[in-house]
Structure formats: structure tokens, C-alpha cells
Design a binder for this molecule. Structure first.
Ligand SMILES: Cc1cc2nc3c(=O)[nH]c(=O)nc-3n(C[C@H](O)[C@H](O)[C@H](O)COP(=O)(O)O)c2cc1C
Length: 209
């Protein structure tokens, strides 16, 4: 399937076929594709917890205001934005740029300083935006790649973040921008037509707001 078809066909699926296992290899294939997403300075400030176990999905459903898809989908990805990961990853990222010829070693210190001024300190609001923005791009890539692989998805932000953090051992400084349910459309379900979208003119202007 080409990317335009995957974008056009992607829908938020409410009714997943329950009881279908998604192989770990399939989930790996999906995430390996999606992780080619761009990120600010290639810093990839994200984590994902994959929930496949049926008992754990029941817990997730409870945290997600009892939305059945959290339990019925084959897997649920807890998308985690990690504001504090920059300090741990910037060295590796910059070294890879040096190794691959993107930049000279003497530029490393300048880039480190630039990241500090662009993305703030680990506990700042700017850093949280940085982490959430990039994790959301990864999430979109997952949804499009999933369609390309014949899977269906549903992004969800209807959940109690504290409940998920507590139940899935996610440290308090992390942010969960959304969950993504992944699986297959339940047989016999016909999707309603694509939901309303704003017209191009409603939100696009050229050259000035
Ligand atoms: C970040 C985000 C969070 C969402 N959270 C929920 C949710 O908790 N429950 C739900 O039923 N739909 C949720 N949706 C799905 C939207 O309602 C859906 O994307 C929108 O109606 C457009 O439909 P489509 O994705 O099929 O084109 C969410 C979508 C996004 C992008």
C-alpha cells in the first residue's frame, strides 16, 4: 500500500475484533517503521509501553474511562513523552552526526548549547512541549504505518493519566500524550462515513495569519 492510500484509509476504529493476538514481531515491525519519524535534533524523546496481556488491557480499560476498545484491541501502545531523556541521549545523537559526516567534532559543544536554549531545562514547560510534540509525530507515523501493514488503530486521550502511570510503573515526570489501540476491524462492522473536516479555507492562509 502506498503512503497516500494509508493516509486516506486510516480511521479511528471503535470496534476491534477481540481475541486476536498480534505477534511481538508484527509490533516490532510496526514500531521499527514508525521510529523513522523525524524529531527535534533527532533526539527521539519517547518511550512506548506495549500492552497485549488481556488482564493488563482490562486494567488499561479501567484507566481509560471504560472505553471497550482499550480491552478489545489486540494491543494498546502507551505513548510516553520523556522530557528528561534529552540529557541522556544528546551525546549519542551528536556523536552519530560526527561519525556519519553530518558535522565536525568541534561543533558538538555548540549543538549541546543550542539544545539547552531551544528546549529548556528538564522540568520546564518548553521541555514538556518538546517531548509531547515529538512523541505525537511518532504516534502519527505509527497510525499510518499500521494501516500500511493492514492494521487498524485508534488514538485515545480519554484516560486518567495518573491511573495509567500507577498501574504501569511509569515515572511521574513522564507525559502520556495518547494511547494507540492496534488491531483488526471486527467482522460485520461497517464504518460510518469519514467524520467532518474543516474546509481548506477554514484554516489555511497564505503568507500571513
Ligand atoms: C490525540 C487524540 C485523542 C483521541 N482520543 C479519543 C478517545 O479517547 N476516544 C475516542 O473515542 N476517540 C478519540 N480520538 C479519535 C477522534 O475522535 C478521531 O480521530 C476523530 O473523530 C476523527 O476520526 P478519524 O480518525 O476516523 O478520521 C482521539 C484522537 C486523537 C488524535
Amino acid at each position: 500500500m502506498d503512503v497516500l492510500q494509508a493516509i486516506t484509509e486510516r480511521r479511528s476504529i471503535n470496534f476491534f475484533e477481540p481475541g486476536i493476538e498480534l505477534a511481538d514481531e508484527k509490533i516490532k515491525e510496526l514500531i521499527e517503521l514508525a521510529k523513522l519519524a523525524p524529531s527535534s535534533m533527532n533526539l527521539q524523546p519517547w518511550r512506548i509501553v506495549v500492552v497485549k496481556d488481556s488482564e493488563r488491557k482490562k486494567v488499561l480499560r479501567k484507566c481509560a474511562f471504560d472505553q471497550p476498545k482499550a480491552e478489545e484491541a489486540s494491543a494498546v501502545l502507551i505513548m510516553i513523552a520523556d522530557p528528561g531523556s534529552l540529557e541522556g541521549s544528546i551525546g549519542t545523537v551528536l556523536q552519530s552526526w560526527v561519525d556519519l559526516g553530518y558535522m565536525k567534532p568541534e561543533m558538538v559543544a555548540t549543538y549541546k548549547g543550542m539544545a539547552g536554549s531551544l528546549y529548556g531545562t528538564a522540568d520546564s514547560l518548553r521541555r514538556k512541549f518538546f517531548a509531547v510534540k515529538n512523541t505525537s509525530i511518532l504516534a502519527m507515523n505509527i497510525m499510518i504505518a499500521a494501516r500500511g501493514l493492514g492494521l487498524q488503530t485508534h488514538p485515545m486521550d480519554g484516560f486518567d493519566e495518573d491511573c495509567i502511570k500507577k498501574e504501569f510503573n511509569i515515572p511521574p515526570d513522564k507525559i502520556i500524550p495518547m494511547l494507540i489501540t492496534v488491531g483488526y476491524l471486527r467482522s460485520g462492522i461497517t464504518l460510518l462515513p469519514r467524520a467532518y473536516r474543516k474546509s481548506f479555507e477554514d484554516f489555511v492562509t497564505f503568507n500571513s495569519f
